[in-house]
Design a protein around this ligand. Structure first.
Ligand code: DC
Length: 229
C-alpha cells in the first residue's frame, strides 16, 4: 500500500501530538514531533548561554547541535536526543516553553529544522505535527489537518498536564504562556502559524479523544485510497 504524508498544525495544546501519535501507530507510520526539535534547540541555547539575537552566534551553535529521534519500546513513543542525550522530558518544562517561541522565530533555526524534517519525510509514511508542516515543510502532503479548540479548554488541558509534574504551577502562568506563544507563533515573519488553504479544520472542543481519532482515521483512509488509485 502506498504511504502518504499527514500534517497536523494548530495552536499550542490542542492535542496535536496525541492525535498524531495515534494515527502513526494505527497506520504504522513514523511520528515526528517537530516542536520537540525547537524545544531541544532552545534547551541547548539556554544551557550554553547562546545569544540568539546574534545571527553569527546562532549559526555557530547550530553547527554543534545534532538532533535525532529514537523509539523507546518502554514508553512506546519516539523520543528526542540532543547530542546523544535523551531530552524528551526536560524540554517539556515551562522554562523552555517560555523561550521556545522566540527561538523558533529565528530564520536560521527554522532553515536548520525544516531541512531535517523534510529529510525525515522523504519516503512518505509519516505523521508530523507542528505549526508550519502543511504550509512550509510538506506543502504537497496528501492529508493536512488544522487543529483548534476553545482557549479555556486548551488552558485547562495544559494546566492538568503541567500540574502533574509541578503542583506549584498556577493557571495564570499557563494562560500567559499559551497566549504569548500563540501570539508569537502566528505573528512571526518566517513561517507563521496559519491554516494551509487545503487543510481540513478539526475543532476538538467538544470531541472525545476517540471521536477525534475516528474522524481523522476516516480522512486518512480516504486520502490513502485516493493516493493509491
Ligand atoms: O508543539 P510544541 O508546543 O511542542 O512547540 C513548541 C514551540 O515550537 C511552539 O511554541 C512553536 C514552535 N514550533 C514552530 O514554530 N514550528 C513547528 N513546526 C513546531 C513548533
Amino acid at each position: 500500500m502506498k504511504k502518504i504524508i499527514i500534517t497536523i498544525d494548530g495552536w499550542s495544546s490542542c492535542g496535536k501530538s496525541t492525535l498524531a501519535k495515534q494515527l502513526a501507530k494505527a497506520l504504522n507510520y513514523i511520528y515526528v514531533d517537530s516542536g520537540a526539535m525547537y524545544r531541544a534547540i532552545t534547551l541547548y541555547f539556554l544551557r550554553n548561554h547562546v545569544d540568539w539575537t546574534q545571527a553569527d552566534d546562532v549559526i555557530y551553535a547550530l553547527d554543534d547541535i545534532a538532533l535525532e529521534f529514537n523509539y523507546n519500546h518502554k514508553s512506546e513513543q519516539s523520543e528526542i536526543y540532543l547530542n546523544g542525550e535523551n531530552v524528551e522530558y526536560v524540554i517539556r518544562d515551562l522554562v523552555i516553553a517560555e523561550k521556545v517561541s522566540d527561538v523558533a522565530a529565528i530564520k536560521e533555526v527554522r532553515e536548520y529544522a525544516v531541512a531535517q524534517q523534510q529529510r525525515m519525510g522523504r519516503n512518505r509514511g509519516i505523521v508530523m505535527d507542528g505549526r508550519d508542516i502543511g504550509t512550509v515543510v510538506f506543502p504537497d502532503a496528501e492529508l493536512k489537518i488544522f487543529m483548534t479548540a476553545d482557549n479555556t479548554v486548551r488552558i485547562e488541558r495544559r494546566f492538568q498536564e503541567l500540574f502533574d509534574k509541578n503542583p506549584n504551577i498556577t493557571i495564570e502562568e499557563v494562560r500567559n504562556n499559551l497566549e504569548m506563544r500563540d501570539y508569537i507563533d502566528s505573528h512571526r515573519e518566517v513561517s507563521p502559524l496559519k491554516r494551509a488553504e487545503d487543510a481540513i479544520v478539526l475543532d476538538n472542543t467538544n470531541l472525545t479523544e476517540k471521536e477525534q481519532f475516528e474522524t481523522a482515521m476516516q480522512w486518512a483512509h480516504k486520502h490513502i485510497e485516493q493516493y493509491a488509485s
